[in-house]
Design a protein around this ligand. Structure first.
Ligand code: AMP
Ligand code: MG
Length: 399
């Protein structure tokens, strides 16, 4: 059986960043830039006042209560018309261009105005005070963002500042989610005997979106070849198809065989981990040359979750043009003893608080309820052993 590391290596060998596309900048949130961005302007475009007050010549102020003649008033959006001479000042608002020859601004709070004069209460004014110099934030022609940068709200603002209404990005992958199982019913209905609600559809939808993919749900496929064939066929038009259920050894676990009949080439089936061992992975290349990566996740919700975090998340990251690092990892100290059982490396739901981690009383891969109290998975390598409180273990932090 493959190790987690080898399985991830194989998966990522087949995942590539998607081809860049130019889109409206406002739609680029969460995408990675595929081009470097240079500025077409200086910012600020002029020496500007950063407070409301009076623009003046600093050398004029040598003692408190010097009086200056006020020449004009300039608000943001206007342009000064007069040069400040010794003994004069211009009333200026935040953001407005500094008048010629002025070299400082005094805050209105430190002044007293009467008629067309102003009294400067400060005894001393430093040249350059309360002025932001032209191009001090960024200069025309300067690179302000590099290719590979993730677009957050901050970058949207900066792109707008440098006049980019459209931008070349790596698209977010389209990820179709297909759940399988005769026992599954929609969450809007009350299950009859033998039935359970489909929780994986929404679970995986949420995880895909959290990982930066664009999720779509194909609904519930019954465990028969006809249903599976038609819905898997639909899913193969996406960049990634994530299936849940039907990949174990049950008589109705028809997913691997159906995938192969549809031309999805199997790269592996089963990985040495707990939970999530039955994981299936394959690739379909369409006649037109487009590629779909296909994950068959085991149906138990926590198995699906763990496989998603270990394998699907890094794949989505790589397709988005990001490093495929998966969940953030760190070390933390156990606050209770924990018995590791069995011969498979185990990812155990846990609650991390500062440097301390508590493995939760988890009932196994069907117990999603306990996961609501978890903010990480604690990793225990293969091999039966008692881990003692205060021992350090590796944890993988949920998003
Ligand atoms: P399977 O991998 O199909 O053998 O399913 C393993 C277990 O997960 C069974 O108990 C299923 O009922 C359960 N299961 C499968 N699919 C889902 C789903 N979409 N939502 C919740 N539980 C599921
Ligand atoms: Mg099933």
């Amino acid at each position: 059986m493959l190790t987690v590391e080898d399985a991830l290596g194989l998966i990522l060998d087949h995942a590539q960043p998607l081809a860049p596309a130019v889109i409206p900048t406002i739609a680029a949130l969460g995408c990675v830039l595929a081009e470097k961005i240079t500025s077409d302007i200086d910012s600020p475009p002029h020496d500007k006042a950063i407070v409301d007050g009076y623009a003046l010549i600093a050398a004029d102020i040598r003692s408190p209560n010097i009086e200056l003649q006020v020449l004009e008033e300039v608000t943001a959006g206007e342009v000064p018309t007069k040069t400040v001479e010794p003994g004069t000042a211009t009333r200026i608002m935040t953001g407005a261009p500094l008048p010629r020859a002025a070299d400082a601004v005094v805050m209105v709070e430190h002044t007293q105005s009467y008629g067309d004069k102003v009294r400067i209460q400060q005894p001393l004014v430093k040249s350059g005070q309360n002025i932001m110099r032209r191009a001090s934030s960024l200069a025309r022609g300067q690179t302000v963002l590099s290719a590979g940068k993730l677009v957050r709200g901050i970058e949207l603002g900066l792109l707008a500042e440098v006049g980019r209404a459209a931008v070349s990005i790596v698209p977010r992958p389209r990820v179709a989610v297909l759940v399988t199982g005769n026992e599954l019913v929609e969450s809007s209905t009350f299950p009859l005997p033998g039935q359970i609600r489909n929780s994986n559809g929404d679970l995986l939808h949420g995880l895909v979106e959290q990982a930066g993919g664009i999720a779509s749900q194909l609904g519930i496929a019954c465990d028969n070849e006809e249903d599976l064939t038609s819905l898997i066929g639909e899913g193969l038009s996406s960049d990634v198809l994530v299936l849940s259920g039907g990949v174990s050894a049950g008589v109705l676990d028809l997913v691997p065989a159906t995938l192969q009949k549809l031309g999805v080439q199997q790269l592996f089936h089963k990985v040495n981990l707990k939970p999530g061992k039955p994981l299936w992975y394959g690739v379909k290349i369409s006649a037109a040359g487009s590629k779909t990566l296909v994950f068959g996740l085991p149906g138990n919700p926590v198995s699906s979750l763990v496989c998603f975090e270990l394998f699907v998340r890094p794949t989505i990251q790589k397709m988005r043009g990001l490093p495929p690092t998966g969940l953030a990892r760190r070390r933390a100290r156990l606050i209770i003893d924990h018995q590791q059982r069995g011969d498979r490396p185990t990812y155990w739901p846990a609650a991390l608080c500062e440097n301390e981690v508590k493995p939760l009383p988890w009932k196994g891969s069907g117990d999603l309820r306990t996961l609501a109290d978890a903010n990480c998975l604690a990793f225990f390598p293969a091999g039966e052993r008692m881990y003692r409180a205060s021992e350090e273990v590796e944890v993988l932090l949920f998003d």
